[in-house]
Design a protein around this ligand. Sequence first.
Ligand code: ATP
Ligand code: MG
Length: 424
Amino acid sequence: MKIQAINGFKDILPDTIDRWQYIEQRARDIFARFGLQEIRVPILEKTELFVRSIGEATDVVEKEMYSFPDKGITMRPEATASIMRAFIEHGLHVQQPVQRLYTIGPMFRHERPQKGRLRQFHQLDAEIIGATEPLVDAELIAMGQMLLDELGLHTSLEINSLGCPVCRPPFKALLVAFLKQHHTDLCDDCRRRTHTNPLRVLDCKQATCRAVVQSAPSLLDMLCRDCDDHFQRVGQALHHFDLDFQINRFMVRGLDYYTRTTFEFLTTALGAQAAVGAGGRYDGLIEQLGGPALSGIGFAMGLERLALLMEQQSTQKYTASFMDIFLIALGDNALNACSRLAHLLRKNGVKTAIDYAGRSLKAQLKQANRINARYSLILGEDEWLQHEAILRNMHTQEQQPFALTDTPEEWCSRLADIIGPAPQ
Ligand code: ATP
Ligand code: MG
């Protein structure tokens, strides 16, 4: 019996890895422009970390976590909680009051797999910890937008405010009263959510629930002065950075720790998977996890969704993987010389391919094209005897003689000079 990968766990094969690497490189580059440093945190954490941060009554904690109950540990479903744990554990704020961090890696959630939704998926996660100013919110959002723009993707930006412990509870009470009145029109999930996580009803995808919440009270009308002021300033700053956005009062996030600003980068190109990235402010989280009273804001983008969108939308040229040269040796003497030449070229930083199986010239040229070789050096028995190989530019198909009069060391430096660095 053949063993296959687990449902929802996917191989990322070499023919798509160029796109993934390109996205990651662009992200690293842009994050660095904004002063973010990389942090790498473990995949396994104590279950309690996620329960306490993400929240007991959230979908993620209720039904999506991969946990080992006998060991009390869980495979991370997201990165923010782990980064905050590391931040507190190492007292990072003592060294630098504002920490700008990012991480890239796999996350695990037991959901129903579909296009753009996996059980092991990957996120780019960015966090700015220790700053409360609305300009920081706008700067972080602008950084996410810059990445999407530079990848050549078309997304829309929506923002909302989730208030704070001052203004959210009275809103919640009002919302619950409203939902109870409309109890019979809600889906089963939302009837339950009315009691466990009422805000979540606001972004239910069921048509009947959506109709109900149209007339629900809005938190934006009930924000306390500070939250309202913060929200206005974020909006102004986004204009200042030339960002287009819409206010969506129904947007809530699936994780409990969010306060004030929340935002999503959305697409219509991936069916039900509308969110490419999402994030928000989490002002009470660090203290709630036993750390100092510092606020933070962050976002996560899904790499699978970015890669799918790139495939559909981007005209961006990213460097596909290539080889500098393919050494085509025919016959034992040629192969012997070429194997040493390949070793020397590689030592000198030249990406070199060679085939040891003694295939025909035609087959090897085909292979050279398949692996996207810029040049090939053809060295058959005749060429060997005449001390002159053929150097072929695989893109222009031009050929030139290449003298083999002296040592492989000398061929190597001459070849490296001729083929030069790869074009960017
Ligand atoms: P969704 O509403 O699509 O379930 P979410 O609100 O659960 O998303 P977040 O927890 O905010 O997602 O994660 C941020 C980003 O991570 C999402 O915008 C998405 O791009 C990606 N993401 C989340 N869950 C998955 C998944 N199961 N498979 C692939 N990508 C995911
Ligand atoms: Mg989800």
